[in-house]
Design a binder for this molecule. Structure first.
Ligand SMILES: [Zn+2]
Length: 103
């Protein structure tokens, strides 16, 4: 998902200006323990795009960024949560996917 059509930063997918190049853990890591305002703004642009498409009740951030939940305190809307299962959230979700879809 492109969030900056004028970006000269090429993403691993080959496109320029992808959400991932602005809001990934790779982008955040050099700044830790600070979370730059620009990072949060780009994260919110991407999340708002996804909200407009899917209209979810809650957005859950998983992966490595979920370990830094406390650094984002008060910077994100209340409907954005962090995965309690941290990096394991995806694999545990995948393990339960078949039983969830069977219902
Ligand atoms: Zn990309």
């Amino acid at each position: 998902m492109v969030i900056d059509k004028n970006s000269e930063i090429q993403c691993g997918c080959g496109k320029y200006g992808c959400f991932e190049t602005f809001a990934s853990m790779k982008k955040l890591k050099p700044h830790l323990p600070e979370v730059p305002e620009e990072y949060i703004n780009n994260l919110l642009i991407g999340i708002n795009n996804l909200k407009n498409i899917f209209a979810p009740e809650v957005i859950c951030l998983g992966g490595s960024v979920s370990y830094y939940e406390k650094l984002f305190k008060n910077e994100l809307p209340d409907n954005i949560k962090f995965a309690k299962l941290k990096n394991d959230a995806g694999i545990i979700g995948a393990a339960f996917l078949e039983s969830f879809l069977a219902k």
